[in-house]
Write a protein of this length. Structure first.
Ligand SMILES: [Zn+2]
Ligand SMILES: [Zn+2]
Length: 268
């Protein structure tokens, strides 16, 4: 079964004419997972014709607004669409504290349940598992507690003696936001596709360190050290209009690099 990654937003905090804040749809084993939910997600999904009825799980990396301001819009819209299936949100505990009063005020009459699963972004742990997909946290280094997510698609294989074993078919790692951190390398080693933030260019390295983000060269170095199959760059600063500059910087370090652009669909 083909996996799919749809880029709903690949800009950093300040929205631009060509980029919305972070959000992406990961589709594996016929299931859809929303990773981060920047402002405007519901509009982008509507434009792309995304069916939210298949969406049961949302993962939020951290509580900077560019990764979660779209939640209230999305969750209230689902209420208006008469959704009845529950929605699970995996995030650090403060998100529930902040969002519950807004949901009660704006979507108190919704017909579906919102279930928060509290995660610890500082710990590498398994946070979601069904028969074919699992998700683990990847602790990242950013200005506030942040984690990425490692998706694994598993498949049940029948052995000669009739018993079953599980083999991992695909692995996708989402790492945003973070400064350069080799600590993540053992967790993401050999993944098929790595999305790593690339907010700045090397010419802005001092600023990058100061605000705890990565340059394109940082992302490519991590991809090379982890021996991943493919690197996708994103979370671009509004100060860099020409995204090909990120690609030019990353490719000499890690050849199989691509740029994320709005509405891109990438095979996993
Ligand atoms: Zn961000
Ligand atoms: Zn951030």
């Amino acid at each position: 079964m083909k996996g799919k990654l749809t880029i709903l937003g690949c800009g950093s905090a300040k929205p631009t004419k060509t980029t919305s804040p972070s959000a992406q749809l990961v589709e594996l084993s016929d299931k859809a997972f929303l990773v981060d939910c920047g402002e405007g997600v519901v509009l982008t999904m509507q434009r792309l014709g995304t069916h939210t009825s298949r969406l049961y799980n949302i993962f939020i990396s951290h509580l900077h607004g560019d990764h979660c301001f779209g939640l209230i819009g999305l969750l209230t819209t689902l209420g208006m669409l008469k959704r009845t299936q529950p929605m699970h949100i995996y995030a650090q505990p403060d998100l529930e504290k902040l969002l519950r009063p807004l949901l009660d005020y704006h979507a108190g009459d919704r017909q579906y349940e919102i279930i928060f699963h509290h995660i610890n972004p500082r710990k590498h742990a398994l946070i979601y598992e069904d028969r074919t997909v699992s998700v683990e946290t990847i602790p990242l280094k950013h200005g506030v507690p942040t984690c990425g997510f490692l998706f694994k698609e598993t498949h049940r294989v029948k052995k000669e003696d009739g018993s079953f074993e599980y083999e991992t078919r695909k692995r996708y790692a989402y790492c945003s936001d973070t400064m350069y951190s080799e600590k993540i390398v053992p967790i993401i080693e050999g993944v098929d596709v790595l999305y790593h933030e690339s907010t700045f260019l090397q010419s802005m390295a001092a600023r990058s360190k100061e605000v705890k983000h990565s340059t394109a060269a940082d992302a490519a170095t991590i991809a090379r050290k982890a021996g991943v199959g493919k690197l996708i760059l994103g979370h671009y600063s509004a100060r860099v209009e020409d995204h090909t500059l990120f690609l030019e910087e990353a490719k000499p370090i890690f050849e199989n690099t691509a740029l994320a652009e709005e509405n891109d669909v990438i095979e996993l």
